[in-house]
Design a protein around this ligand. Sequence first.
Ligand code: SF4
Ligand code: SF4
Ligand code: SF4
Ligand code: FES
Length: 951
Amino acid sequence: MTLIHETDYGTPARVSETLVTLEIDGRAITVPEGTSVMRAAMDAGITVPKLCATDSLEPFGSCRLCAVEIEGRRGTPASCTTPVAPGMKVHTQTDKLAKLRRGVMELYISDHPLDCLTCAANGDCELQDMAGAVGLRNVRYGFDGENHRAAAKDESNPYFTFDASKCIVCSRCVRACQETQGTFALTIDSRGFASTVSAGAKESFMDSECVSCGACVQACPTATLTEKSIIEHGQPEHSVITTCAYCGVGCSFKAELQGTTVVRMTPLKNGGANEGHSCVKGRFAWGYATHKDRIMKPMVREKITDPWREVSWEEAIAYAAERLKAVQARYGRGSIGGITSSRCTNEEVYVVQKMIRAAFGTNNIDTCARVCHSPTGYGLSQTFGTSAGTQDFKSVDKSDVILVIGANPTDGHPVFGSRMKKRLRAGAKLIVIDPRRIDLVRSPHVQAEYHLQLQPGTNVAVVNAIAHTIVTEGLVNRAFVEERCDPKEFAKWEAFIAEHRNSPEYLESRTGVPADRVRAAARLYATGGNAAIYYGLGVTEHSQGSSTVMAIANLAMATGNIGREGVGVNPLRGQNNVQGSCDMGSFPHELPGYRHVSDDIVRQEFEAAWGVTLDPEPGLRIPNMFDSAHDGSFRGLFVQGEDIVQSDPNTTHVTSALESLDIVIVQDLFLNETAAFAHVFFPGTSFLEKDGTFTNAERRINRVRKAMPSKVGKDEHWVACALATAMGYPMHYETTSEIMDEIARLTPTFRGVSFEKLDRVGSVQWPCTGFEDDDTGMAIMHGESFARGLGRFVVTEYVPTDERTTRMYPLVLTTGRILAHYNVGAQTRRTANVAWHPEDVLEINAVDAEIRGVKDGDMVSLASRMGATTLRAVISDRMPAGVVYTTFHHPVTGANVITTENSDWATNCPEYKVTAVQVTRSNQPSDWQVDYAKNDVERKRIAAANVIAAE
Ligand code: SF4
Ligand code: SF4
Ligand code: SF4
Ligand code: FES
């Protein structure tokens, strides 16, 4: 195994149809117009010394180390900032250049600590490399002059240090923060010799605007910005390319290791989704994989009040199978079921759904996507014919107008958020539809043209009002609609949407958005050039989630914004493998590839392949499982890597359902909240121990590779196979790639995908049908026709939610997530990310706070019709009056104790985003929190006992 090395070409690649031929060191080279001389040389295998240049950043030309001589030109221009020209003759190695470069290096080294042997960057330092490359042998100026060698270190960031004594002021970090990340946290302070890198207004990194994305650390050519893990462990000796297991962006990383110890995660420059960028979670928050709280051995117990008993895998599997079979014998085949996890690989999810359908003999299979993007699946398949986003991430580079609705990309999908901000800085116009003033509305060099700050629950009304404006002001792209869409459905929709009740003026009092703003935003979307829509859970997690998805699709079709780069409808998926877990047949009505279980031909295909008879009736969705548990007809549940107690709405309803079950099996890394109700615990594996694939929000199938062996001794798919076998349905795969081969055989959109192909081409975007061997899939969908043939407009009537504010509950609570944490926080709370977000807080507008006598930082009671919790209030001008906001990353907050059971009419996706609440000052934990604390003590006691037993 070797350390994977990615070549640094010095300056970014240029794209041009015009090619330029020049001569470098006597060799003829042809490159696209606009390419730098440095990059042209690198393309030809000629290395030019450099320090301030790197190919992820625009050239800057400050270090002068890359000087070259060009025939017919005076002086020694910097090759990084000099573009190629036809017929140019360049010399990169001459005596004059050698002398000049040595002189430059002498100056740098005279002001640099010469502690190379003990420096963390030893062996990975560009300054050291350049000293060698230019043949530096002495420093004429000595080391006693004025210098920066005593400059102080900033160790405030939990993941990296800033050692100013080693800084060569090349500005790569400053430019990375601006160009790549778009945060603008760093500047070069002062001038000349006094120049220093400064975070914020001479603050520490932790106190500055820095979001710890790591781009500056990545860009730094010296040990000035260094990962603390590298300082602790030293340089890696080999690396493995894998995929981040946090959000739906699906960033590719090099897991850099010493043996089986990860010492650094470095974003992969060739990563299809991230192109070398990362966020704080993927880059730094991987320590949970080796956290002491991980459960390493299978455990069983008779009753949930009993202590856990560690057992062998064989005993745990046999125990689980026996109890499941006993339940089925008594209550029928449909009395058990399972839930798959969007955190797991495609292969793990596929095997679990197969176990449930083939071994349990029931379609009672659902996925955590039920509570996030199930309306996307429904809505996009109704309108376009495919349950997936239409674009790749790169497409946003071609957008002229970007409409973001119910999503917060800079927190939820940070690497894509940075890409979007880059496009906005380059001139694209932005429309944000969100009750909360998210960062995108106003951040450095980004300002939304329109922020439609709607009342939670009125998405359909606002999108309909936009569509009304487009239809009634003659802005429909008739040519597109006539050629590409079903004319009857369009006519129906057009007549409906043109009605006065869909006008911005009529709806203004409900949505809270001034009609003229809606009209102006609609005109911009329809006429501003390539217009793309990005949306998230602020669209789907509503009682009309599916309606909003379809209303968005209607907008894109009506304006012809579909089927090419820069446009489209793009769901920003929450978890790393939401797309994949849905693709793999995790819904109770659909086999892999979104094919209905009632379709005889489809079912027969699976029956032939799996050798069983499958149930033609759809099974239970997650909320139906809970309801059936309450009525006694559902008695056993297998939960793969999901903490339903913390993440599903109306916690007390969920916990009482779980308490009533005869057998609950949890497979997870930690004893999560759901495990408190389990009888069998199968220890799971982290992404660093997995072999398989994740599918990201742009349908990109990325490889996940084992960086370390399974810490629990088994792969997760082995567990499902063993349990299925013990249930009487033999299931076995020699390798994980065999599972993908089976998926590819049985799933039309995955045809042509194999580990061999992924290893060869990097990643593939489904659909993959009919590909040539090296094709990497379909970046943009619905190019010439929709997947369903003609695009279908759907009438999306605005129906207000049943959740109403009253005098008792006068405010609306909406929820979301923040950058540092991921979902229920099970992983990120076990990393240093807690430094940024140690607790969930309630954001409240100053007016609402003042009415209630609440001051910034006060503890408050947050109560709904469902329950109450107590948390800290933060007065925030992000919130409009009447709306409060919190996150759900800490179980003690119990955010879902508050949320209701209202759900999307089509998919049952919970209405997390609208709950009527009251906020009052309080210094008492709620009753629920008192109970939680008791349970938590007990859980910790059991976990501690288990850990001791394991040792
Ligand atoms: S870590 Fe990221 S946000 Fe922070 S200073 Fe570096 S580039 Fe900027
Ligand atoms: S911290 Fe590193 S990247 Fe930034 S100016 Fe100093 S040497 Fe260059
Ligand atoms: S959390 Fe998302 S954006 Fe961040 S590194 Fe992982 S995949 Fe990329
Ligand atoms: S690398 Fe070209 S001037 Fe620094």
